[in-house]
Write a protein that binds this ligand. Structure first.
Ligand code: FAQ
Length: 310
């Protein structure tokens, strides 16, 4: 029976069709998807913090309403992704514990501080931009619930990216001090946003198997390079510059090449030693504890309803 399951699984992957929750799947496939999807969910949830930090200081009522809507969208993305991950068999509580105890990773980018209003622009434009470049191919991931969640998430991320771009454009066309603030934000978020695509291909232990299983469709470096090619055009419209002395067009491959990234810094950040790791996790634990009464009330209500229907 195991062999029949494996054969069927191989066939579905070979046909580029989809694996669904009730289908037989290799344990390693289940495990790597649980890892990637839960890390992705955690990133959406932790990723609310740098922007939530600016809601009370948004420069106008309109900006505040837009930023609040964006941060709420990220919460929604976290929820679809936790639900998707649960279909692989790990309950949400357990996933949440893995985050709060520091056992599970989340994206390195959210361990950098958001220092100015312009950072809301740089996060929208660069961080959501990188997220889209990475996630559009994930819409075709072989696991059904993941691919389907990605479709809606990508639509919302596209809107987020435009709102970030528009913040930067307005600042860039503002006073010299505003333009400087926009440039400073781009300078600080450029390299960390390129690191969102993961380690270089030569040092990416999961890529081979995830590509064979059609979870990943392009390599970390390929997507990073594609992203640089996108922003290199957009930065011209912004009237700003990318802080990359080695940026150049390679006519032979038709791609933009970027500077070497600081992989020592990257490793330190994902090991828990970035500028804001401790603060982000503490904030998440506090929020979880502050929400205990909501969970208790929901459980009490569910028990009451269950008694009524007995
Ligand atoms: N940060 O072998 P690989 C967002 C880990 S977007 C932290 O290459 P893989 C939207 C990796 O887990 C951000 N850890 O791994 C938003 C692995 O460790 P492990 C979230 C990283 O999985 C915007 C090890 O390094 N997006 O939230 C990072 O094949 C604004 C070796 O790496 C996703 O999660 C990193 N940057 O490729 C929200 C997308 N990179 O688990 C709010 C889905 C790598 O073996 C505001 N994920 N690691 O111990 C993916 O596409 C993949 O997992 C990659 C990594 C490409 C990130």
């Amino acid at each position: 029976e195991e062999q029949a399951g494996q054969d069927r699984f191989n066939q579905i992957i070979a046909e580029d069709s989809r694996i669904e929750p009730r289908d037989w799947m290799p344990e390693a496939y289940r495990k790597t998807l649980t890892r990637q999807m839960s890390q992705h969910a955690h990133s959406e949830i932790i990723g609310m913090q740098p922007e939530a930090n600016w809601i009370t200081r948004a420069p106008s009522l309109k900006r505040k309403a837009i930023l609040m809507a964006k941060v709420q969208d990220e919460a929604g993305h976290g929820l679809y992704l936790y639900s998707g991950t649960e279909t692989l068999g790990t309950p949400r509580d357990e996933l949440n514990d893995q985050l709060m105890t520091g056992k599970a990773k989340y994206s390195s980018i959210f361990n950098y501080p958001a220092r100015s209003w312009a950072d809301m622009g740089a996060i929208g434009w660069l961080v959501d931009g990188a997220a889209i470049a990475n996630q559009v191919p994930l819409c075709r991931a072989s696991y059904g619930p993941y691919g389907r969640a990605m479709v809606r998430i990508c639509k919302e991320e596209s809107f987020h990216q435009r709102q970030g771009f528009e913040i930067l454009l307005e600042l860039s066309n503002g006073t010299p001090a505003q333009k400087k603030m926009a440039q400073d934000a781009v300078n600080r978020f450029y390299a960390p946003s390129l690191m969102m695509f993961g380690p270089p291909d030569s040092d990416s232990p999961n890529s081979g198997q995830s590509t064979a299983w059609k979870i990943k469709r392009f390599s970390n470096d390929e997507l990073r390079q594609r992203f640089v090619g996108m922003i290199v055009e957009q930065i011209k419209i912004l009237g700003l510059t990318l802080p990359d002395p080695d940026l150049r067009f390679d006519a032979e491959t038709g791609t933009w090449l970027h500077m070497d990234l600081d992989w020592v810094e990257f490793k330190a950040v994902i090991a828990g030693n970035g500028p804001c790791n401790a603060q982000r996790l503490q904030r998440r634990r506090d929020a979880h504890n502050e929400g205990a009464w909501v969970r208790e009330a929901a459980a009490a209500y569910a028990a009451k309803m269950a008694r009524k229907t007995e």
